[in-house]
Design a protein around this ligand. Structure first.
Ligand SMILES: *Cc1c(COP(=O)(O)O)cnc(C)c1O
Length: 354
């Protein structure tokens, strides 16, 4: 029996997507060859890449608005330095909302001044900083829209004249808002888009400007844009599976429809966390993520029996990140409401018998 998969990443994908992907490994669309044994320059794969890029722009409402979608490699972690290599001339601003933002800052410092404009480190990143002053003349402002480890999320975007750059690895395609507020956003596939191995980068076509530094070809947005993500052999299986998942997202009714479902799941789990005397939420209420719900045991509660309970219910991937402890329920697009209902029932049983 398939488990209730609350893994933070790599994480749950729709069953039908995995079935189609595994069939394509056997044989792609009746062509007598596997997806993974054809040329990436074949008409079949070019059509797959084109569709993946087109769906990424269509779903985010950026079609025809001067953006380009790229499917690259190296994970979100490579974007930490590619962003800076391509965009940082003198100084850039970073809002530090957790481990991933901190890593992005570290890489950017290799290329110029990376100013930490605001940070929530003082409270172990359990909130999103607000009310800070933004210096003028920033080459860009970088945020992490959803903080996978800590369970916080930007619900309002910072107001800035600088180009806005975002790491959206764990909330890409989970909610509908004005994506044109961003000049560049990126996401490692393995949280909400597809299998590990590709990274989506959506970039405004006029963002890149003259730079003094030389950029190696593989790190150059200009080259990847010019070559339509085919400068070198793209990761064909993750791109294909991501494309299937984006078709699924579209068939669900797009981002607004998925957001409604994600909000319903988030409300269910957070209501239980707040109601249940055995648990305490970790993130500040107004900044809670609709993708990763973090919670700890209330003081003096022994969690061993709870762990046995959820394991017996076929729940998987609920352990919190070591820097937060406790539990983290990742409720990505493909996780059904019924899995959250199972978890909530488990939490209620635990409380009843405590
Ligand atoms: C998982 C994650 C990353 C790291 O992604 P890789 O693809 O492993 O490099 C970066 N940022 C966020 C917000 C993440 O959730």
């Amino acid at each position: 029996m398939k488990k209730h998969n609350f893994s933070a990443g790599p994480s749950i994908l729709p069953q039908e997507v995995m079935l189609q992907a595994s069939q394509a490994v056997q044989e792609l669309d009746g062509i007598g060859l596997s997806l993974i044994e054809i040329s990436h320059r074949s008409k079949e794969f070019i059509a797959i890449m084109d569709e993946a890029q087109a769906l990424a722009l269509e779903l985010t409402g950026l079609e025809g608005k001067g953006y380009k979608a790229l499917f690259l490699q190296g994970g979100a972690s490579l974007q930490f330095l590619m962003v800076a290599a391509n965009l940082l001339k003198t100084k850039a601003g970073y809002i530090n909302t957790g481990a991933w933002s901190s890593k992005a800052i570290k890489e950017a410092k290799l290329y110029g001044e990376a100013l930490e404009i605001a940070s929530s480190k003082d409270q172990n990143f359990n909130y999103i900083p607000k009310g800070y002053d933004l210096p003028s003349g920033l080459d860009y402002l970088h945020i992490t829209t959803n903080n996978t480890i800590f369970g916080t999320q930007f619900h309002e975007l910072p107001q800035t004249d600088a180009p806005l750059v975002a790491d959206m690895s764990s909330d890409i395609f989970s909610r509908s808002f004005d994506y044109s507020a961003f000049d560049l956003f990126y996401a490692g596939a393995q949280k909400n888009m597809g299998p590990a191995g590709t990274t989506l980068v959506v970039i405004k076509e006029d963002l890149l400007q003259e730079l003094d530094r030389q950029i190696p070809s593989m790190l150059s947005y200009a080259i990847h844009m010019d070559k339509d993500s085919m400068f070198n052999t793209p990761p064909v299986f993750p791109v294909y599976t991501s494309m299937l998942n984006l078709r699924w997202v579209k068939a669900q009714g797009g981002l607004a429809a998925l957001e409604a479902k994600n909000r319903a799941k988030a409300e269910l789990i957070y209501n239980e966390i707040d109601r249940n005397s055995c648990f305490e939420g970790f993130a500040a209420k107004e900044d809670r993520s609709i993708m990763n719900a973090t919670f700890n045991l209330a003081e003096g509660v022994d969690g061993e029996r709870f762990d046995a309970l959820w394991n017996a219910e076929n729940i998987s991937g609920l352990k919190g990140h070591r820097s937060v402890g406790g539990y983290r329920a990742s409720i990505y697009n493909a996780l059904p409401l019924s899995s959250v209902e199972t978890l909530v029932a488990c939490m209620q049983n635990f409380e009843k018998n405590s």
